[in-house]
Write a protein that binds this ligand. Structure first.
Ligand code: X8Z
Ligand code: ZN
Length: 618
């Protein structure tokens, strides 16, 4: 995994490693609980400083080794590379856990703010802590690597004989409108996850023991301790943010369910209750933009499709990445280094297994940044490329921070930057770069907003529910024999979607989503889907854009770029509210920016739902 120790080197995929990026503070509430510390000789401030320096140097050195091993493993999945990557992961975890424990000795000393923050990060910025017992550490590293491999190698052979990988199956889900085929693909992909169940169960057991060794009740508290506030306060923050956007989601859900019912009929798509998850254009029903053409408002469809525009202009994978880089350089960021172009993976290799799930990497904690992505030439992947480059430009912006502060303000920030830029891929921007001839007029805004909401608003409950499930698994509230049932209860509760075919505890549907076998925390994406609208609004203000915020593009605006860079450069050196304030002037995460952006759509959806006399909710 990415060792990335306190920072995430490989952002998308935190493979099983021990530590990941996170933010913690000096406040009492955020600190790791004090483990039993033996009353040895009282340490001094000088000793604490020496400890931090040494830990930082050792972790930085280990990260280089681990990043390389992980990169090779994810690009060439074999038994040998799995074993090598697990061996390095084991070393990194052992060192991280050792430092986390030793750090506890120094917590009561009067340290300066930076050192206190570093110490706290050393104690709490782990996502897969191993028990102190070396045999268990080795076991955990092996399991983590195996789980990743199972996902990366996953394939499903269709009834017609074609054996397809994840990106190919996802493309089918995006395009097909045949409910039987969709059902087959949906259920077929989930077969890959069944063998993960015992591994995942053991992984949770071991990592919980690791968390307890560090003084946390379970891994749940450790994961929730990484936001500069007490774990329960963080959970309450999430509830607050979800409460802000839930009415908007319900309006969208209601409209989509009604339209699907009209097109597929009662048998396939019932008028009431949860929506069958195979009909939403996405393997996990997490973003619904692919079914926009089925739902497009008759008089307000902007009438273009980015996938087609890219094809018409002859964009290949490399050109898509170049165009995305160009957005960042237009804001004043330096171009990507030559090594990025030489070493990144853009196209799925035909002759070997790789982890296709898109990720951004920082191999040397400085300039050797890369992406690894099996790019499809679609409008969706054009956006994902911006997402990944957002990680890379963030990584490079904080490269001069000390190692422990090389990370984002909180993990939601890392996920939000590229998406913020992608919100500027407006019709006007597409015209500026020669992809679109004519900018549709304001009468087409509802179509634009609906397309955007199907991805961004539909994602919100999904972004939230994954870790609601995992935290309960970690705390023991969800037992192994309830894994799948509890998963579907949460899918139903938050998203209002349901499995299209019977599920049982022989299935392990969470494992069919990359971040579960990959052990990547997921709440970061929920946060990112709020934060990106706050950032976009603030940057549009800085750019003095006067139109509606959904038509604003900050392309080419150096003032907006400079402000963004000022926040990125801070890395994880300060509590996240301070970083947020640099761009937005406010220290609170706030979903009003989401509501403002979609306000015209919300009124329109409510009108449609009323006119059709729909009973909303599920
Ligand atoms: O995993 C990702 C990125 C890499 S960090 C491609 N995302 C989440 C997902 O695919 O589930 C971006 C949006 C949500
Ligand atoms: Zn990401």
């Amino acid at each position: 995994m990415s060792l990335t120790h306190l920072k995430l080197t490989r952002i998308a995929a935190t493979v099983g490693l021990a530590i990941a990026a996170a933010a913690c503070t000096q406040q009492e509430t955020t600190k790791a609980p004090a483990p039993a510390v033996t009353e040895a000789a009282k340490p001094t401030v000088a000793e604490a400083k020496a400890f931090i320096q040494n830990a930082e140097a050792e972790l930085a050195a280990l990260s280089l080794e681990s990043n390389r091993a992980e990169w090779i493993y994810s690009n060439f999945i074999t038994e040998d590379t799995a074993s090598l990557s697990a061996a390095v992961a084991e070393k990194v975890t052992a060192a991280s856990v050792r430092f986390a424990n030793e750090a506890a000795r120094f917590v009561d000393l009067p340290l300066d703010a930076d050192d206190a923050r570093k110490l706290n990060l050393l104690r709490s910025a782990l996502v897969l802590p191993a028990p102190l017992d070396p045999a268990k550490n080795a076991e955990l590293a092996k399991i983590s690597s195996e789980l990743n491999g199972l996902y990366g190698k996953g394939k499903y052979c269709l009834k017609d004989g074609r054996c397809l990988t994840q990106p190919e199956l996802s493309a089918l889900m995006a395009e097909s409108r045949d409910p039987e085929l969709l059902k087959e693909v949906w259920a077929g992909w989930r077969e890959i996850a069944k063998p993960m169940r015992p591994l995942f169960e053991r992984e949770v057991e071991l990592a919980n023991e690791g968390a307890r060794d560090l003084g946390y009740p379970s891994l749940s508290e450790l994961w929730r301790s990484q936001y500069d506030m007490a774990p329960n306060d963080f959970s309450a923050e999430l509830d607050r943010l979800w409460g802000q956007v839930k009415p908007l989601y319900e309006s969208l859900h209601c409209y989509v369910r009604g339209e699907l019912n009209q097109q597929y009929g009662d048998e396939v798509a019932p008028k009431t209750g949860a929506i069958p998850a195979h009909l939403l254009g996405n393997m996990w029903a997490q973003q619904w933009g692919n079914i926009y053409p089925m739902l497009a408002p008759k008089d307000a469809d902007p009438g273009y499709d980015v996938t087609e525009l890219l094809a018409k202009q002859g964009y290949d994978e490399q050109k898509m990445v170049k165009q995305a880089e160009n957005f960042f350089t237009s804001l004043g960021f330096d171009a990507l280094p030559d090594t990025f172009w030489q070493r990144s993976l853009f196209v799925q290799p035909k002759d070997r297994d790789v982890i296709c799930h898109a990720s951004a990497w920082d191999l040397d904690n400085a300039d050797d940044i890369r992406i690894k992505m099996c790019i499809q030439k679609t409008g969706d992947d054009f956006k994902v490329i911006h997402h990944e480059l957002g990680h890379n430009f963030y990584q490079r912006a904080y490269k001069n921070q000390p190692y422990i502060f090389k990370g984002s303000a909180n993990d939601g920030f890392h996920e939000a930057i590229g998406d913020t830029i992608a919100l500027s891929i407006t019709p006007k921007y597409l015209q500026q770069i020669g992809l679109l001839d004519q900018v549709p007029d304001a009468s087409k805004d509802i179509g634009l907003l609906l397309r955007q909401a199907l991805d961004k608003v539909a994602f919100l409950p999904f972004g939230l529910m994954i870790d609601q499930w995992r935290w309960k698994v970690f705390s023991g509230e969800i037992k192994p024999e309830q894994y799948n049932q509890a998963w579907w209860e949460l899918r139903q509760k938050y998203q209002g979607v349901m499995a299209p075919v019977e599920r049982s505890e022989a299935d392990f549907d969470p494992g069919a989503k990359y971040h579960v076998p990959g052990n990547v925390p997921y709440t970061r994406y929920f946060l990112a889907h709020i934060l990106q609208f706050q950032f976009h609004k603030a940057l549009c203000d800085i750019a003095k854009d006067e139109g509606p915020v959904h038509r604003c593009s900050i392309y080419g605006n150096k003032d907006a770029g400079a402000k963004l860079n000022a926040m990125l450069e801070m890395g994880l050196s300060k509590p996240w509210p301070q970083a947020l304030a640099v761009v937005t002037g406010r220290e609170q995460m706030d979903a009003s920016a989401v509501l403002d952006y979609f306000a015209p759509l919300k009124s329109w959806l409510d009108e449609q739902n009323n006119a059709a006399n729909r009973q909303c909710g599920w």
